[in-house]
Design a protein around this ligand. Sequence first.
Ligand SMILES: Nc1ncnc2c1ncn2[C@@H]1O[C@H](COP(=O)(O)OP(=O)(O)OP(=O)(O)O)[C@@H](O)[C@H]1O
Ligand SMILES: [Mg+2]
Length: 310
Amino acid sequence: GVSLKYLLDFGTQPLERQMLLSARFLHAEIPIRLAHRLMDLNHLPPKLSEEPHVRRVKGWYAESFADFRSFPAIKDHLDVLRFTAMLKKAFRRHNNVVPAIAKGVEEYKRDLQVGVESTEERESEIQHFLDTFFLSRIAIRFLAGHHISMLDPPRPDHIGLVHTRCSPYLVGLRFPAKAFVWIAQQQPFPLPRVWFVFPPSPPPPPLPAGTPQVFELVKNSLRAVQERFSESEWEPPPIQVVVAEGLEDVTIKVSDQGGGIPRSGLARIWTYLYTTASSPLPDVDIDSTNMPVVLAGYGCGLPLSRLYAR
Ligand SMILES: Nc1ncnc2c1ncn2[C@@H]1O[C@H](COP(=O)(O)OP(=O)(O)OP(=O)(O)O)[C@@H](O)[C@H]1O
Ligand SMILES: [Mg+2]
């Protein structure tokens, strides 16, 4: 497995040597992972596996696999630079995998509802596939992104994608802030305040900086508060972010007074595509670089955040 230590080691050796090792590792490792995912896609129920969006995704995986396999052995720094350019191209090719798969699954489910196949069994099979598929995607993109960013101009307090001083405090502060800026640009409405409740002890060791879970949670809270209070004469009540440090782990808790998840919906919140907002998927064009930006509606926020947390 690849550990946080492996990622931080990039900063301890001469960069050229480290990048050579990293390129060789990715050159061997990524095509194996791509091949596994392609096999999984081929083993889906035939109607889903052959759905046009899913077929596009299979095409991307096959193309990237071929790029890696046809790339010659990496011998020197020039090879590393060429390899990294190929890696970047593959990285971009896969940008829209999540909406493409979501769209494919949505279309397939619509067909199921009118068809005769048992939906319940299929449903759990698909959810399991999506968890495996997206978790693998997160890992591949983290490894590739880390390698690529090592060759970008250095950023303070970063080794590649890892923020060397990133503590739960920083995550707890930074992601709500990001969510607010993002939302203020998209659909302005009176924003609630955020209360931060942090312990007084010194920050624990580094975390990967790309942890987006808190962002998704704050987004959900903002939506809940907006729906409940946008027409109300009352000021929207604050969202609370609590960071608590345990002996072995850290808890970051986001809570709001938007009314919570109805009991009848609780069982479904980890299900991909479960949403109570209107879905932007019908307007999604997977060839476009700009997906419709919505406060909620993809129904992927919670299940994907759980994968990132894992
Ligand atoms: N803080 C919250 N308050 C009330 N309901 C919530 C809250 N968080 C989640 N939910 C419910 O859970 C559903 C699923 O949330 P999730 O984040 O997975 O998807 P979404 O917000 O609908 O879409 P997106 O993928 O765009 O985030 C939401 O549609 C909403 O009904
Ligand atoms: Mg959400």
